[in-house]
Design a protein around this ligand. Structure first.
Ligand code: FAD
Length: 259
């Protein structure tokens, strides 16, 4: 398979750097073709602004959605974004690797999503009708591809358990896994998370890479998180609310997962 690993850590000698090196070696040993977008090393521009749409009318107010669609359709997005689109088109699997910073992505990786997920490419795709509300949440450009998060967190596993003070890890990652990955069509595998990073010694590093290696070996066969498809009948259109008879009496992120 072709794997694209997007790496967001400023220090190559970090734990994240060591896990990236391990992952690349393991994936290549398994015969996969691997490309890496090392965002800090690339000097990735993290903010979306008018410079992202060089062909736009500079006198008109910036239209972040409309200018994105126009630039995507006319092939005038910037070269750095077009290069990421080409890598994504080649990829069967996308891995986003990052340290959890303030319960989310480091800004440089959020900026990669903001700029690369252009209108017409990752959103604003497909027709809207009485039964179909655009190609998203299970449909879209990345349908048929898989994605997985590789995350490190300073907090303990118990801090991220169902009743942990930080909130459950599935809820914290929901906007990324459901909103950024499932929305444009990826099948999302459960995340690989390393907790309690400040107390990571050589023994736990060995244990961590053993688990990570097994996850990487199973990239093609691991069943994805069963997020509910938007256009499959579970949601009313156009309200896009889950039918009352499904997950009855429940609310929250978890209702968007089948079962
Ligand atoms: P490093 O600091 O590089 O290393 C961590 C440990 O791993 C060290 O003990 C190191 O000795 C060891 N190690 C490194 N490489 C190896 C190796 N090759 N072999 C063996 N051991 C090794 N945490 C949360 O839980 N929630 C948050 O919201 C959160 N927000 C944060 C916000 C900011 C801005 C920052 C800076 C940190 C935040 N943290 C948070 C903590 C953060 O998630 C961790 O610092 C990060 O995940 C650790 O990853 P690292 O690659 O930077 O580790």
């Amino acid at each position: 398979m072709n794997v694209l690993l997007v790496f967001a850590h400023p220090e190559p000698r970090s734990l994240n750097g060591a896990l990236k090196d391990f992952a690349l070696q393991r994936l290549r040993a398994q015969g996969h073709q691997v490309e890496v977008s090392d965002l800090y090393a690339m000097g990735w521009k993290a903010v979306l602004d008018g410079a992202d749409f060089p062909a736009r009318d500079a006198h008109a107010p910036l239209d972040t959605v409309g200018d994105s669609l126009q630039a995507y359709q006319s092939g005038t997005l910037t070269a750095d974004v077009l290069a990421e689109h080409a890598k994504l088109r080649r990829a069967d699997v996308l891995i986003l690797q990052f340290p959890l910073w303030w319960f989310s992505l480091p800004a440089i990786l959020k900026g990669w999503i903001d700029r690369v997920w252009a209108c017409g490419f990752a959103y604003g795709v497909g027709e809207h009708s009485a039964t179909h509300w655009g190609d998203r949440y299970g449909e879209g450009t990345f349908r048929g591809k898989r994605a997985m998060l590789m995350v490190t967190a300073g907090g303990w596993e118990s801090h991220y358990a169902a009743r942990g003070v930080n909130g459950p890890i599935d809820d914290i990652l929901f906007p990324i896994q459901h909103g950024m990955l499932y929305y444009p069509g990826f099948a999302v595998l459960s995340p690989f998370v390393v907790y309690h990073t400040s107390r990571l010694d050589a023994a736990r590093f060995a244990q961590t890479t053993a688990t990570l290696g097994a996850r990487l070996d199973a990239l093609a066969s691991t069943p994805p998180i069963p997020f509910r498809p938007q256009n499959g009948g579970d949601y009313t259109i156009p309200a896009l609310a889950l039918r009352e008879d499904l997950a009855a009496g429940r609310s929250g992120f978890g209702v968007h997962v089948e079962g």
